[in-house]
Write a protein that binds this ligand. Structure first.
Ligand SMILES: Cc1cc2nc3c(=O)[nH]c(=O)nc-3n(C[C@H](O)[C@H](O)[C@H](O)COP(=O)(O)O)c2cc1C
Length: 355
């Protein structure tokens, strides 16, 4: 499964040729499920300049072009839906990831309002969000539902709700970011309420026979534990979630992937294994899964039902073909279209003399 990867080059939320090519090449390389990046359910949810959006019906057509092509390659298409909440309005990672200068218009537009569960900024110097009113909460939950309806119209097979990496849903879950005194803050049951209502809203607009995934930060730097995730997953299962995609961190860090600390291969796999076992729910493992045998072992040992990959697939979009060969599958080249596979099979068969 191709893990969602923001490309930072949409215009007013509209995807273009870059997105098409980025996702197409993953499907052409043999990926089974290809996920479209974190796509914003409302304009206020834009994390960065260039985020993709699905807050209007006009956003559907270019996405439909992508899903049709992915299907032709034999891949299922997924879309991750997101709202950045207090992490809205920041620079692209390679431009420093700091808050945007809010006095300078972006693409000719004034800055969008930053909202969150409580008026607590994500980092020093980042915007202090306006505390969402109950009306804001209802509006954002409804926006998630409308986004799911549009995702269906765009032809996606799977929707994933982004509840990880310090974005709006994670902000509600987190005792560090959510200091509300109403029905959406305080106890564990109240902090998870927003996440559950988002799932219900999505489920109401997303066909029952299409899978709903939910990405969590299985544990974070600011008080959310794996036990909390197990308890949350049980509730999400009842709300119609079919698979928990297990990432971690992001509430106190700018980005889990921007963190320079060395990580072990597959460091998040135990989260997927625990939730799968304790909740009898499908899970996806993600994070530093790079070797074919490593990925295969995760599945065979029952740690997860799907393996998601990001950077390794960016490096080599033909990785699924590579893995099929390494693992000794029958007809690995048949995994991709003959117009590439036929030639690659001959390339592999032909000895190359370099002397
Ligand atoms: C370019 C890039 C963009 C990303 N965008 C998203 C995103 O939109 N949503 C998300 O949940 N994670 C995002 N991530 C995190 C990945 O989905 C993945 O969880 C992370 O990179 C760890 O997997 P890896 O070690 O295979 O790269 C992004 C990662 C990269 C490298």
């Amino acid at each position: 499964m191709v893990s969602p990867m923001v490309q930072y080059c949409a215009q007013d939320g509209f995807v273009g040729d870059w997105h098409f090519a980025h996702l197409a090449r993953m499907a052409m390389g043999g990926a089974g499920i290809v996920f479209m990046e974190a796509t914003k359910v409302e304009h206020r949810g834009m994390g960065s300049v260039g985020d993709a959006g699905i807050w209007s019906d006009e956003h559907v057509a270019p996405l439909r072009r992508i899903t049709a092509f992915l299907r032709e390659q034999g891949a299922l298409s997924g879309i991750q839906l997101n709202h950045s909440g207090r992490k809205a309005g920041v620079m692209r990672p390679w431009e420093g990831f700091g808050p945007l200068d809010r006095t300078v218009p972006v693409e000719g537009r004034a800055h969008w309002e930053v909202i969150g569960p409580s008026p607590i900024s994500a980092h020093e110097g980042w915007p202090v969000p306006r505390e969402m009113s109950l009306a804001d909460i209802q509006a954002v939950i409804a926006a998630w539902g409308h986004a799911a309806r549009r995702a269906c119209a765009a032809g996606f097979d799977i929707v994933e709700i982004h509840g990880a990496h310090g974005y709006l849903i994670h902000q509600f879950l987190s005792p560090a970011a959510n200091r509300r005194a109403d029905a959406y803050g305080g106890s564990f049951e109240r902090r998870i309420r927003f996440a559950v209502e988002v799932c219900e809203s999505v489920r109401a607009h997303w066909p029952q026979d299409r899978p709903l995934f939910f990405r969590i930060s299985a544990q974070d730097e600011a008080g959310w534990s794996l036990d909390d995730s197990v308890a949350l997953a049980r509730v999400l299962k009842r709300a119609g979630v079919d698979l928990i995609d297990c990432s971690s961190g992001g509430i106190g860090l700018r980005s889990p992937t921007a963190d320079a600390a060395a990580r072990r291969l597959g460091f998040q796999v135990p989260f997927a294994a625990r939730i799968r076992r304790d909740c009898a729910l499908m899970t996806a493992a993600v994070g530093l899964i790079v070797e074919p045998q490593q990925a295969e072992t995760i599945l065979r040992e029952g740690s997860a039902d799907a393996v998601a990959m990001a950077r390794e697939l960016l490096y080599n979009p033909n990785w699924p073909l590579h893995a099929a060969r390494e693992l000794g599958l029958d007809d690995p080249f048949g995994l991709i279209a003959a117009r590439a596979g036929w030639w690659l099979e001959r390339r592999a068969g032909a000895g190359i003399r370099r002397d």
